[in-house]
Design a binder for this molecule. Sequence first.
Ligand code: XUL
Ligand code: CO
Length: 431
Amino acid sequence: MTDFFQDQQPLQFDPDGSDLCFRHYNPDEILNGKRMEEHLRFAVAYWHSFAWPGGDPFGGETFERPWFGDTMEHARLKADVAFELFDILGAPYFCWHDADIRPEGKTFAQSRRNFEEIIEYFEGKMQGSKARLLWGTANMFSHRRFMSGAATNPDPDMFAWSAATVKLCLDATARLGGQNYVLWGGREGYETLLNTDLKRERKQAGRFLQMVVDYKHKIGFEGAILVEPKPQEPSKHQYDYDVATVYGFLKEFGLEGEVQMNIEQGHAILAGHSFEHELALASSLGILGSIDMNRNDYQSGWDTDQFPNNVPEVALAYYEVLKAGGFSKGGTNFDAKLRRQSLDPIDLIASHAGAMDICARGLKAAAAMLDDGSLESMRNERYAGWDLPSSQQMLAGDLASAAAKVDAEGFDPQPRSGKQEILENIVNRFV
Ligand code: XUL
Ligand code: CO
């Protein structure tokens, strides 16, 4: 035991509790035939909670964690504290990038040794904890060597370096029994077309993803390969802009049956969509994998990675997840960081506990909306005309026969209310 959280006991579900506890997240509560814990599948993100120093563009580190430093001893202490937080929260999952968990070595071989030692350390820690790996990923955006991209780099040596990095991280994810492997292309995009061969870079990205999928099969990794879309930041323009863009990309490279999406709330907003739009689209395309449940600040328009705190928004997101049949390998990852003034160990606990409660409230509301059925039946009624055999025949036919219906049947289509406010009032009954 470290003394970082000062003997803080695991949080309990206590709806009337006063201090630190869960008031809504009751892991054992059954909703739609499944335990709440299995619906939500919460994950703590190693990078924001343990590796982020609290900087912003105007100032550096505000957090002074005893594990900040670049020795293996620091990395092990970080792991000790991380698993203590997982256990305090009862978090079933965690996620990491290679760079979050190990010190960078002077050479690739040294970084690999450091990484593998920590993976082994994790294996030991996982024996004494219920926390499992939701996903692993490679940080191919922070180090200066990635400034011009990873797989999309103009330098083929960087393609090879990226291949070595992803191979290492995928091997480790498989070794820890990870449920998924995520690729987020933070530097897979461009700053200016004046120095960018866009056609070539997209091909490199597609070929790289094909190689990752082939390697997954080669090693028998049973998790899902997920791409996390984001329109910009850090690149001015990223190739994995949003769900629709990535789906087109997957089709182009023959990967649509192999790769799913990890959809982040804040990224959806940056792309000009709602979170539920991205979720519904991925679900309709059969590629909904997992979610990053962290929001942005609505005034700054920047990717501020904040813990969720808006039940109605979260409810609409889980409504789409439930309608899609729920998560199978995916889960709810808090890709969220504390605000930089939240210095205390208890802030780390309270932020996650609050977010878990918000998600639990959202999930309960979503399940109740589905149970109630009014929303679905009003939507179905809106499209009821399409259930008629004649409508389906029209879809199967050609333009001229569709056109001929107008004269033959002599109808004059009358607009009908979309009932948006009534539907919003229904949602409001549950949130
Ligand atoms: C960046 C982001 C990443 C990915 C993993 O905006 O969301 O943390 O989730 O690389
Ligand atoms: Co994310």
